[in-house]
Design a protein around this ligand. Structure first.
Ligand SMILES: [Zn+2]
Length: 411
């Protein structure tokens, strides 16, 4: 792989590589692959990891998460995103699509850590979160943040209306119009729980995707997180509108939200990426675990051991995840792509035996763990070496997050 100025300029077999000066050539031992692209996360929720164990999503949010999040200050988010960025990078995740409060702190912490990040701060109308400002204030802040980071090499700013159930129609309409006018990605939770759409159905007589279409939101570029309870018509609508889906199998399992129709969505042409969700929902920021959860749930749902395979899962954490956010320059090491790369240590007994060439990929998905990640580069810059993040002081970040987590819990 030849890298220049943060981009891959050539990739292929070593014997066909164009000539380079010897001192610029590094011989790597292991498997070099694209960095993983995590398209739905609330990484600063490392502050809330373990809180609300055993609750379904609606009670977990309103009774445990939102009361604590209503007490957040900027430094909480900055330290939490710093700690989480180190965890993501050392786990081989080079891009994360983040929905979290106080987007400026998320963006600054991610860029300081060298993590590629989509920053889509959430808009939620709930009195417990009133300290964070009205949705109108937050919308203006997001558009201003977008201007500030407009040409940044790592940070992309979008809009994060939390969900149809947490926002008024007026807010959703305004945000949809603004997203189209500003050409910003909308990142929204859709049909996560079985009864999430009941309020929309009672008020408007349609499903959440149909409602979002009716109010014009699907005219924007939309990334729909979870998308568990979709009808055939919803899937056809997402296909026709080019909506991308973030599939969160570990989180959906933890909260008993349901099993998404991944095979049907992908067959219909919807790009589906596998995502961690927040570390208070999946507890680990681990896409190896995510790949296995996605395969197991898809096979159980279809009662078919061939329903989703290792090659599908790898695509869904790289190239297909990148497609779901409209970024063909991510998730691949072809010439022209960003030099976001991970080196996997293959000297592991769990990755043997390799009898057929495809066995390596099968081992990687079924047996791989973040411990196998040796080196990580983002935009050509080395950010992890021998499994340790070079850009984050982990011990200090753990101490800061622990102190702040206790304060948020105490109220
Ligand atoms: Zn989420």
């Amino acid at each position: 792989v030849d890298v220049d100025d943060g981009r891959v300029v050539w990739s292929g077999p070593a014997e066909k590589a164009p000539p380079r000066p010897d001192k610029s050539i590094h011989h790597l031992r292991g498997l070099l692959m694209p960095g993983m692209v995590n398209i739905h996360a609330h990484t600063p929720m490392v502050l809330l990891r373990a809180a609300g164990e055993g609750l379904p999503v609606d009670r977990w949010l309103r009774e445990v998460m939102w009361p604590r999040e209503g007490r957040l200050v900027g430094e909480d988010v900055r330290w939490a995103m710093t700690l989480g960025a180190g965890e993501l990078l050392s786990h081989g995740i080079t891009t994360s699509v983040e929905m979290y409060f106080l987007g400026a702190e998320v963006a600054e912490a991610a860029s300081n850590a060298g993590l590629r990040c989509f920053v889509t701060a959430p808009f939620i109308e709930d009195p417990q979160l009133s300290r964070l400002g009205t949705w109108q204030d937050q919308l203006e802040a997001a558009v201003a943040l977008r201007e500030r980071f407009r040409d940044h090499h790592l940070i992309t700013v979008g809009l994060g209306p939390h969900s149809a159930y947490a926002m008024s129609e007026e807010a959703l309409l305004t945000i949809a119009k603004r997203a189209v006018a500003e050409d910003m990605l909308i990142h929204i939770h859709v049909a996560e729980g079985q009864h999430e759409g009941d309020g929309v159905m009672a008020a408007h007589g349609c499903t959440v995707p149909a409602y979002l279409e009716r109010i014009g939101m699907l005219e924007a570029r939309v990334l729909a997180a979870h998308s568990v309870w979709l009808t055939d018509e919803d899937i056809a609508l997402f296909t026709s509108k080019g909506v991308g889906v973030a599939h969160c199998p570990s989180s959906n399992g933890k909260h008993a939200s349901g099993i998404a129709r991944v095979v049907e969505m992908r067959s219909a042409g919807i790009p589906v990426g596998i995502a961690t969700d927040g570390p208070a929902s999946d507890n680990r920021l681990d896409l190896f675990e995510g790949m296995r959860a996605a395969i197991r749930l898809a096979r159980l749902r279809a009662q078919d051991a061939g329903a989703l395979g290792p090659a599908d899962a790898i695509r869904m954490v790289t190239r297909e995840a990148a497609a779901a956010i409209g970024r063909p320059d991510l998730g691949s090491l072809e010439a022209g792509c960003r030099a976001d790369m991970i080196l996997v240590d293959l000297d592991r007994p769990e990755l043997s035996p390799v009898v057929e060439p495809s066995d390596l990929l099968t081992h990687l998905v079924w047996s791989g763990t973040p411990d196998f990640i040796d080196t990580v580069w983002v935009e050509g810059r080395k950010v992890v070496s021998q499994g340790a993040c070079l850009t984050v002081d982990t011990a200090t970040a753990v101490a800061e997050v622990t102190t702040r987590a206790k304060r948020l819990a105490e109220g």
